[in-house]
Design a protein around this ligand. Structure first.
Ligand SMILES: [Zn+2]
Ligand SMILES: [Zn+2]
Length: 140
């Protein structure tokens, strides 16, 4: 079996041609992408189909969304521990104010936040802003 199809099946996603193409594109990215960037990077796709594909990926723990404060939602690949039951890799994201790229920092987990009783957390985002490795080198 094609490794891309295998990766989709691993997350219980039926490997349609469209999903394989989107996954292939996502795996080639070094930074998180917005829906618009995905659309621009992948020709011959319409926005609605692309959005539906990303939603399916998100629901099955293949990608996660990132709100980095730039105003647009971005998406990045998940770790293997995420699945249809939920995302289990809450990690910090780094937003570079110079190149505007957002990167996952999967080794830096978000600490458990204590909430008042009766409160239920559905999503936790922790963004660190600054200069990424390449931009920091370029400036100094
Ligand atoms: Zn940068
Ligand atoms: Zn991430």
């Amino acid at each position: 079996m094609n490794p891309l199809e295998a990766k989709l099946k691993e997350k219980s996603i039926a490997p349609t041609a469209m999903r394989v193409v989107v996954l292939d594109f996502l795996l080639k990215q070094s930074a998180a992408l917005s829906l618009t960037e995905l659309e621009l990077g992948m020709h011959r796709t319409d926005r609605v189909t692309l959005y539906r594909t990303i939603r399916t990926f998100e629901e099955h723990g293949l990608v996660h969304r990132i709100e980095d404060g730039s105003g647009v939602t971005k998406f990045a690949m998940c770790q293997t521990s995420c699945n249809v039951d939920g995302h289990h890799d809450l990690h910090i994201h780094f937003y570079c104010t110079q190149c505007k790229e957002t990167h996952c920092l999967p080794k830096t987990h978000i600490p458990e936040v204590s909430l008042p009783s009766g409160y239920l957390a559905l999503d936790t985002q922790l963004i660190v802003k600054g200069l990424c490795g390449s931009c920091n080198v370029a400036i100094t």
